[in-house]
Design a protein around this ligand. Structure first.
Ligand code: FEO
Ligand code: CA
Ligand code: CA
Length: 685
C-alpha cells in the first residue's frame, strides 16, 4: 500500500478506539466495511432439556471430568522440551506479582511495564536467522535476504524450553505486512513494485529460532545459525492431510494430485500441542485471492473479484482464481497447519479434518478418554465456534503416533442456549439470576468418517465448512478469536473480540452468550465440558466478563468483581494461562473515548477475586499485543508486538519501537529508521 492508496481506507472514521483503518485494510481486507458473510437464516433452537438444568448443578457436574482431563494433559508432555509447568505444585517464584500499570494514551509511543520490570526485544523483523544471512538493512532489502530473516508482523508466539532452561526454540507466526512503513520511500517504478511484492512473499509465514541464555529467569538471546532455525514462507511446500487430500476440490493446474500446497497465509494465532508441535491458523486468506466472486462459496468466505492489496495475482497466476486452472487455489488455504519445530527439514502439514474457515488458531487438550480435542474459532462477525475430536488416542512418549492425531476425527460446531435468553435486550444488563450462563451442544458436522450435513459429502463439509455449519443451527458469535482450555481447570475460554453489527437492522439480535448490541468491546465466554468430558457433546457456559471501560460508562460485567477496581480492557484477542491458572488476555483495539494503546492483562478466574482485571503491559503506538507467553515461575512474560506505527507512512513514522533511535541520530547508512515488529521479553532484572 502506497501513501496514495492509503486514502482507500473504508474503515477510516469507523474504527473503535485506536483500531487503525490501515490494519483493517491490510490484515482483514476491510471485512467490517463489507456485508456480513453469514447471511444464513440459521437460528438456534432452544435445547429444552439442557435449559432446565440449573447453573449450579451443571457446573458441578462438568468440573470433575475437566480436572481428570487436565491431569492427563500434564502427564502427556512427551517432547524433550518442557511444556506447561504442572499447576498442582505452584513454583516458589510463580507469582509474577506486579502493580498494574495505568492505560497509556494512544498518542504515546512507549512500551510500558510495571515497576520493577524491564523489557528488551528478543528478535525483530529482519534479524538474520542463518550464519550467512545479510544483516537487516532498511535501505537495501531483497527477497533473498528476507527469506532468511525474521518475518514481519509477528503474531502467535511460543517459547519451548529445554529441561535445563538454558536453551529454547521460539516459534512465531507472521500474519501480514505493512508496505507503507517497510521501506524508506514509495516504490517509484513498476520493477520496484514487483520486487517488493516478492519481499512480501518472504516476509509472511512462520519463523523458528533457537534461543539461549546463561540461566533460568535471565533474558534470552536468539542464536544466529541455530540448528533448528527455519523460515516458512509462501514458497514452502505443505502437505494436505485428511479426507480432502487428493480431492477434486483442491486440485489445480500446478498440483494435479491435490496433495501439496505452496505456502501458508494469514497465520494469526495458534497453539502448542502436548507432543511439542505448533499449530497455526490460516485466517484472512481470502484477501490474497482474486476470484469470480459470484458463487455461494466465494461469498460465504469473502472472496471477491477485485485487485488484491498485495497484488500477487499480477505475477503468480494461482492468486488469480478467476481462471479455471486455479479456481480451486483458495480451497487450499484456511486450514490449521502443524509444524514440527524440532525438525527443520520436515514438511509442514495442513489438516483438512479440522475444517476450513478463517481459523484464528487451535488449542489442544487430551480428554480423559485419551482422545485429543482441539478448540477453534472462526474470526468473522456472526461466525461460529468449533471443536475437533481425534479418532485415535494420545500415546504418552510416542511422538510419531501423536503427530498423526489431527489428521482424522470428528468436527463439531457449537450451539449455545441461555438460561435467561428472554431477558436479553442488548443492553448488557445482567440477567435476574445473577449472571450470563446456560447450556450448549456440540453439533456434529463430520462424525465417524460420515457427513452429518444433508446434501454435502465429507470433503465438501471440510472445504466449505461455513456453508455446512449454516445448515445445522449453530450460534452466531461475536468474532471468536483465541479459544483455549485451561490445563488447570479444564475449562475453555473463548475471546469474542467485538461485533459492532450485533443487533443492528437485519442482523442476529443479542442473545445471552453475545448479550450486547453493537458490541464494540468484546467479551469472554467460559465453557465447562459436561457429558463425556472434552470429547463429549454437551457443555455449560458462563460469561467471565463483558469488556469495556467502566469509568467511561460502558456496560461492563466482571463476574461480580467491582467494576471500579479493574483495568479497562477492550477487544480481547489472544489468551494464555500462567501456572496458577490465571487467564492472560492480549488486546487488539483499546477502550473507547480517548483511546488507549493495546495491552496485556491478567485476569483472576477462580476464588473471590474472579473477574479482577490487571493491566501488566502496554505496547507502542498503533501496535497490537500478540503472543502472549507467560513463564510466571521465572517472572517472565513475552509478547509479540504486531504492526507498531502502522498508521504512519514512509515519511511520517509514528513509532520508533523497539530501538527508539532518536531523530537526530537518523539517518545513517543502514540505520534502522522504521518501527520493527518484534518479540519482547519482560523480566525482573
Ligand atoms: Fe488475526 Fe482474528 O486476529
Ligand atoms: Ca488475533
Ligand atoms: Ca493463546
Amino acid at each position: 500500500m502506497t501513501p496514495d492508496n492509503r486514502t482507500l481506507l473504508p474503515m477510516l472514521g469507523h474504527t473503535r478506539g485506536k483500531r487503525s483503518p490501515v490494519t483493517c485494510a491490510l490484515k482483514c481486507d476491510n471485512a467490517c466495511s463489507k456485508a456480513v458473510c453469514n447471511t444464513s437464516a440459521n437460528e438456534y433452537f432452544r435445547d429444552i432439556v439442557s435449559a432446565q438444568m440449573t447453573r449450579r448443578s451443571a457446573l458441578g457436574l462438568g468440573a470433575a471430568g475437566a480436572l481428570s482431563a487436565a491431569v492427563v494433559a500434564f502427564g502427556g508432555v512427551d517432547t524433550a522440551m518442557a511444556g506447561p509447568v504442572p499447576t498442582g505444585h505452584p513454583a516458589r517464584h510463580g507469582r509474577l506479582e506486579f502493580d498494574p500499570i495505568k492505560p497509556v494514551d494512544a498518542a504515546i509511543d512507549v512500551f510500558d511495564v510495571p515497576e520493577g520490570f524491564e523489557w528488551t526485544p528478543i528478535i525483530r523483523w529482519g534479524d538474520p536467522l542463518f550464519r550467512h544471512t545479510p544483516d537487516f538493512d532498511f535501505d537495501d532489502q531483497s527477497p533473498r535476504a528476507q527469506a532468511q530473516q525474521f518475518g514481519y508482523n509477528n503474531d502467535y508466539t511460543d517459547i519451548l524450553r529445554s529441561k535445563n532452561g538454558k536453551k529454547a526454540v521460539l516459534v512465531c507466526n507472521h500474519e501480514y505486512v505493512n508496505p507503507g512503513i517497510m521501506f524508506p520511500a514509495a516504490p517509484g517504478t513498476t520493477a520496484e513494485e514487483r520486487r517488493r511484492r516478492n519481499i512480501f512473499r518472504q516476509a509472511v509465514g512462520l519463523s523458528v529460532v533457537e534461543l539461549e541464555r546463561q540461566k533460568k529467569g535471565t533474558p534470552w538471546e536468539y542464536i544466529r545459525g541455530g540448528r533448528r532455525n527455519r523460515r516458512i514462507t509462501l514458497d514452502t511446500e505443505f502437505e494436505l492431510t485428511g479426507p480432502v487430500a487428493g480431492s477434486e476440490l483442491v486440485k489445480t493446474r500446478r498440483d494435479q494430485r491435490g496433495r501439496f500446497v505452496e505456502g501458508t497465509l494469514g497465520n494469526c494465532s495458534g497453539g502448542t500441542t502436548p507432543w511439542g508441535t505448533v499449530l497455526s491458523g490460516e485466517e484472512n486468506f481470502n484477501g490474497f485471492f482474486r476470484t469470480q466472486g459470484t458463487s455461494p462459496e466465494d461469498r460465504r468466505y469473502g472472496l471477491e473479484n477485485k485487485a488484491t492489496s498485495m497484488g500477487w495475482e499480477q505475477e503468480d497466476a494461482r492468486f488469480d482464481a478467476r481462471a479455471e486452472r486455479f479456481a480451486n487455489e483458495p480451497n487450499r488455504f484456511g486450514y490449521i497447519v502443524e509444524i514440527d519445530p524440532e525438525n527443520p527439514d520436515s514438511t509442514p502439514r495442513k489438516h483438512t479434518s479440522m475444517g476450513r474457515f478463517k481459523h484464528e488458531g487451535a488449542n489442544v487438550i487430551v480428554a480423559d478418554n485419551g482422545h485429543v480435542v482441539a478448540y477453534m474459532g472462526d474470526d468473522e462477525r456472526f461466525d461460529y465456534l468449533y471443536k475437533f475430536v481425534s479418532k485415535r488416542k494420545y500415546r504418552k512418549n510416542n511422538r510419531r503416533h501423536n503427530m498423526t492425531l489431527l489428521t482424522e476425527g470428528d468436527l463439531y460446531v457449537a450451539r449455545f442456549t441461555g438460561t435467561s435468553d428472554d431477558e436479553i435486550d442488548g443492553s448488557g444488563d445482567v440477567p435476574s439470576d445473577g449472571g450470563f450462563d446456560g447450556t450448549g451442544r456440540w453439533l456434529p458436522l463430520v462424525k465417524d468418517g460420515t457427513s452429518h450435513v444433508p446434501g454435502m459429502s465429507v470433503e465438501q463439509v471440510l472445504v466449505h465448512t461455513r456453508l455446512a455449519a449454516d445448515q445445522v443451527g449453530p450460534t452466531k458469535m461475536d468474532r471468536c478469536e483465541d479459544v483455549e482450555p485451561s490445563l488447570k481447570s479444564g475449562k475453555i475460554y473463548v475471546a469474542c473480540t467485538n461485533n459492532s453489527q450485533r443487533g443492528t437492522s437485519g442482523q442476529a439480535a443479542a442473545d445471552e452468550v453475545n448479550p450486547r448490541s453493537e458490541n464494540r468491546d468484546g467479551h469472554i465466554v467460559e465453557i465447562t465440558e459436561h457429558r463425556g468430558g472434552h470429547s463429549g457433546d454437551r457443555f455449560t457456559w458462563d460469561l467471565l466478563m463483558l469488556c469495556g471501560d467502566p469509568a467511561q460508562g460502558d456496560a461492563t460485567y466482571f463476574s461480580g468483581f467491582p467494576a471500579e477496581k479493574v483495568s479497562p480492557i477492550s477487544c480481547p484477542d489472544n489468551v494464555a494461562f500462567d501456572t496458577r491458572g490465571n487467564l492472560w488476555i492480549s488486546t487488539d483495539g483499546a477502550p473507547s473515548g480517548i483511546g488507549y494503546n493495546d495491552g496485556l492483562f491478567k485476569v483472576t478466574v477462580e476464588g473471590s477475586d474472579r473477574g479482577k482485571v490487571e493491566q501488566f503491559l502496554s505496547v507502542p503506538r498503533d501496535g497490537e499485543t500478540c503472543g502472549p507467553v507467560i513463564h510466571d515461575e521465572e517472572s517472565m512474560v513475552f509478547v509479540a508486538v504486531q504492526h507498531p506505527g502502522e498508521d504512519g507512512s514512509f515519511t511520517d513514522l509514528r513509532s520508533r519501537f523497539p530501538d527508539y533511535v532518536p531523530a537526530e541520530a537518523r539517518p545513517g547508512p543502514g540505520e534502522v529508521r522504521a518501527p520493527r515488529p518484534s518479540v519482547v521479553q519482560v523480566y525482573r532484572p
